[in-house]
Design a protein around this ligand. Structure first.
Ligand code: CU
Length: 117
């Protein structure tokens, strides 16, 4: 009996170690920090881990802080996608909050620029 308890404690320790990878941004479209020539119609974020859709979100704002996204992100697996309004040339900030399936919270932000014609 005591042996069983020791083994289950060991297993629990191993599991929490294995689950240590959080959902960090792996790559984004538009690319982080990039200047794109034509206005993108959406922002796509790929994470290093699957996301809990109900607790993950993304907002895109212009240089005045006004929202330029369509409101609600679509989340499938490790990917978060949000539609954009028609963007004028300028700089935009993408802010994301993620809750990974291992219940760890992460957040971050980056900018991209839509170039003039
Ligand atoms: Cu984690």
């Amino acid at each position: 009996m005591r042996k069983l308890i020791v083994i289950s404690i060991l297993l629990a320790a191993l599991e929490s170690g294995a689950a240590h990878a959080h959902a960090f941004l792996d790559h984004a479209s538009p690319l982080v920090g990039s200047t794109v020539r034509s206005a993108p119609h959406e922002v796509t974020l790929s994470f290093t881990q699957n996301l809990e859709a109900a607790f993950s979100s993304v907002q895109v704002t212009d240089s005045n802080g006004g929202r330029v996204d369509q409101g609600k992100a679509q989340i499938t697996g490790n990917t978060m996608r949000i539609g954009l309004k028609a963007l004028k040339p300028g700089s935009y900030r993408v802010r994301w909050q993620a809750l990974s399936v291992d219940t760890h919270k992460t957040e971050g932000s980056f900018t991209f620029t839509v170039g003039g014609s």
